[in-house]
Design a protein around this ligand. Structure first.
Ligand code: CMP
Length: 151
């Protein structure tokens, strides 16, 4: 079972889109292993986006992401990392396919509603950056066997 990290960005929260976006992940069959709202420090955001340091949009991205509350979630399921990236769509809302979260709800490159881990190593590092092991739950839903035959 694979785990991935999602961040609901401040635009998703201010635009009242969190519930609708969460529903898409739930409806797909993914299971929440962690979920919390918090006010991030600048240092945490800079660490999370360290790979983008030096890019022209870095300062603006850090200011945006540390401006408001964030909601972090850990989602799990078979192939969760790729499945979530597909549901989210490409970075720029104008290029994202209709039917994806960014394609349906966004028009911008920075205000693109959610962040999703892009591979197994980043997922593990990002989950560890935003959650302690005690904040994550392992459990089975009664519907599990109707969602996947592999458990
Ligand atoms: P995310 O998937 O969280 O990964 C890095 C983020 O940087 C990205 O979503 C956007 O919010 C932001 N970003 C990427 N490219 C640009 C850009 N050209 N201009 C502004 N923001 C960007």
């Amino acid at each position: 079972m694979e785990r991935t990290l999602i961040l609901f960005k401040p635009d998703a929260i201010h635009r009242h889109l969190v519930g609708r976006i969460l529903t898409r992940f739930e409806e797909k069959g993914l299971r929440f292993a962690g979920l919390k709202l918090f006010q991030p420090t600048r240092a945490l955001i800079e660490r999370h986006y360290e790979v983008h340091r030096g890019r022209p949009f870095f300062a603006s991205l850090v200011a945006f992401m540390s401006s408001g509350p964030l909601i972090a979630a850990v989602l799990e399921g078979p192939g969760a990392i790729a499945v979530v990236r597909k549901l989210v769509g490409v970075t720029h809302g104008q290029q994202a396919e209709a039917g994806t979260i960014r394609g349906d709800f966004g028009l911008d490159q920075q205000y693109n509603l959610v962040h999703a881990s892009d591979g197994p190593e980043t997922a593990a590092a990002e989950i560890a950056l935003f959650f302690t092991p005690e904040e994550l739950a392992s459990y089975e839903r009664v519907t599990e066997r109707w969602i996947t035959r592999r458990q």
